[in-house]
Ligand binder design. Structure first.
Ligand code: ATR
Length: 280
């Protein structure tokens, strides 16, 4: 196939996948940059993931994103996995190399940090301890980001303590597991708190957390983006704390994927945010 016949194919593999906002997000940039290509949702049953992934080079895909439940199970089927994806223990981006090999990466940590920098420019790794709620896949990406950024003390709080213990151990002495019962007091000297649980998401209970002891300058970041203002962010804003909503992480994690496939580094703009908000 000659270059002119090449169609820039990319997409997202998940099961289910119809809820994914990624086609709308990448579709915006494809349109914006007038790219001859498409980004499609690809519904892949868990036991056919290997077949689907191995078919990507033959089908002419530049690569794909992965979403639930494939981010971890895809790893054995890839030829190369980045240090970041190994650290997080999950892959959300596959790029098909020129020789047809499959390279796995994870852009969630990058997306988290880029959104944090964007919305809370006063924050830096040196500002003080970070407190992270939740011990699932999203928490691993947030902790990896904070560790890479050089935060020297990260407190991990999870309802099920054993999951926090296991995750803290994986990251070494920078990360300590804090008992769920001590969650309110541990905020006292924190510079950043991050909710990575689904608490506060539409239809879920809010995170059971009192911000009473929180420093006025502490940044409160919720990676939930539906609704944009969770009860946690509303409480934080009412006290005057800087807040970061979850939409920025979704938008920023997509930019390096777009760059990997199409060679363009797209900016995250207000009009992109509006375009995504119009979908919900
Ligand atoms: P993901 O991979 O998206 O991060 P996950 O692995 O299902 O999702 O993890 C969800 C996180 O939300 C967990 O930390 C979970 O706590 P448990 O380990 O105790 O289950 C947390 N979570 C979910 N519902 C919660 C609730 N009502 N209160 C506190 N934490 C909750």
């Amino acid at each position: 196939m000659s270059e002119v016949e090449k169609w820039g194919l990319a997409g997202v593999m998940g099961w289910p996948v119809s809820h994914s906002l990624s086609p709308r997000l990448h579709g915006y940039w494809i349109n914006e940059y007038n790219i001859a290509g498409s980004y499609v949702p690809i519904a892949v049953e868990p036991d056919r993931l290997e077949q689907a992934v191995r078919a990507l080079p033959a089908l002419g895909f530049a690569g794909v994103n992965l979403t639930i439940p494939h981010k971890e199970t895809v790893m054995p089927f890839l030829d190369d996995i980045s240090e970041m994806a190994r650290m997080i223990g999950a892959v959300n981006l596959i790029t098909v190399a020129v020789d047809g090999s499959l390279c796995g990466d994870n852009t969630d940590a990058y997306g988290f940090l880029a959104a944090l920098r964007d919305c809370a420019p006063s924050w830096s790794a040196a500002t003080g301890p970070a407190v992270v709620f939740g011990a699932g896949g999203a928490s691993r990406a947030v902790i990896a980001a904070l560790v890479m950024e050089g935060v020297s003390e990260i407190r991990l709080v999870n309802r099920t303590g054993s999951r926090a213990d296991a995750l803290a151990e994986r990251f070494g002495k920078t990360v300590s597991s804090i008992d769920w019962s001590a969650r309110h007091e541990t905020l006292g000297d924190a510079a950043l708190i991050v909710n990575t649980t689904q608490c506060g998401m539409n239809g879920e209970n809010p995170l059971d957390l009192s911000l009473g002891s929180l420093n006025d300058a502490a940044v409160v970041n919720d990676i939930v983006y539906v609704p944009l203002e969770t009860p946690l962010l509303r409480d934080a804003a009412a006290r005057g704390n800087p807040t970061v909503d979850g939409l920025g992480m979704l938008l920023h994690q997509a930019a390096p994927a777009f760059h990997a496939w199409y060679g363009i580094d797209p900016p995250v703009t207000d009009s992109l945010r509006d375009h995504m908000l119009a979908a919900s």
